[in-house]
Ligand binder design. Sequence first.
Ligand code: SAM
Ligand code: SF4
Length: 451
Amino acid sequence: MTVVPEPTRKLHVVTHGCQMNVYDSARMADVLAPLGYATVDSPEGADMVIMNTCHIRERAADKVFSALGRLRDLKDATGGRMMIAVTGCVAQAEGEVILQRAPYVDLVVGPQAYHRLPELIATAHRTRGSVIDTAFPAEQKFDFLPDAAAPQGVIANLTIQEGCDKFCSFCVVPYTRGAEASRPAASILAEARRMVGQGAREIVLLGQNVNAWHGAAPDGGVWALPRLLRELADIPGIARLRYTTSHPSDMTDELIAAHRDNPALMPFLHLPVQSGSDRVLAAMNRKHKADDFRRIVGKLRDARPDMAFTSDFIIGHPGETDADFAATMRLVRETRFALAYSFNYSPRPGTPAAGLPQVPDEVKNARLYELQAELRRQQDAFNAATVGLRTPVLFTGIGRHAGQIAGRSLYAQPVVVQSAAPLTGEVHDVTITDANPNSLLGTLIKEHIAA
Ligand code: SAM
Ligand code: SF4
């Protein structure tokens, strides 16, 4: 058993980017707890600041260097005692550059090396120099990170898969997160049970390509995601399951059927399509066509008629013409999304599309504006359509105003009701009375208590 000493050092973690980074930040805090580090909310006076970074778009990566400039002043104020670590995908992709531009950084640690943080810190202290570890080790990080320690609340994220072998033309993930790796089923189930013991009722399975998960099974075989979802649904206390992010080409018929057969699985799927043009999808090396996406959406709606979708779009990938963009708009209008994220294409160093002739910024901006206006209309329409409906809500805690309790709908929309009882961790039916842009208001149907 690990003995965790009294906290004697202050750790501040700044997280940029995706939910997987949020999960990794918590794991790094767990790795450092046995060294006496306890997390604090502010970098002022911290013994160690970790900046866990995102490299997916240029603007995300640029944020790192401006934030490091501010941390330098805080480090100087401690006489150089504060350690600064840069972790995550910018660390992986730009390790040497970080040390050249910000030599006061003590540690640069890629996403595969978090379990080695204690020895890297010791080396930095011993050598009084900067230490960099961006190797892709043969061992799986999953096997070495400690179990999640801090409770996450009613909704808990659980990383089950890392990395990617798909090499989309625009994307840094295969270079920063390495090859696709699936965590073994037994360790996922054990972590899920622990999360339930800490109050979790909804578990969100995370992975860059989560639906490609195929993990070692306790019986010596290999399971695919539908089997894992069944085993998770059998854990007493689990009310809801979700998984994100999925690739269309890994959306198997068995997984589609799971949305019909597994009642814990929410009728809500994030399925990035990126473009509605087959020409652009081929240039992106996406391995699916626009009609494949339409077919998957259709099958899922047949399997579960109340299914709703979110997606990601990239506008202005090299070679995208007006006709290609029109095809994207057509797909968006046909599909009707609950919500979608859309981004201008951002050239990432080292990726194939970065070296191609680029679409001018003003063209990208005009297309993105048009797409986002349509997506906003669809999101508003989706939320407005819930008004008057009776729907189950998983309550997560108190709301912002007195007497309010907040929760999530089947589609992860924030829902607020008035209630004297706390209801945290419970699922109750609610009649939706009003839809705001980012949340729903409802009244509790008191006599109804769902599982
Ligand atoms: N694995 C997921 C998939 O295949 O769709 C996506 C994961 S990626 C971390 C999240 C989103 O970032 C992508 O879906 C894409 O829309 C966006 N993205 C990735 N690279 C980008 C780039 N170079 N420029 C703009 N957006 C990008
Ligand atoms: Fe990036 Fe997703 Fe493509 Fe993998 S499948 S390269 S994570 S966009």
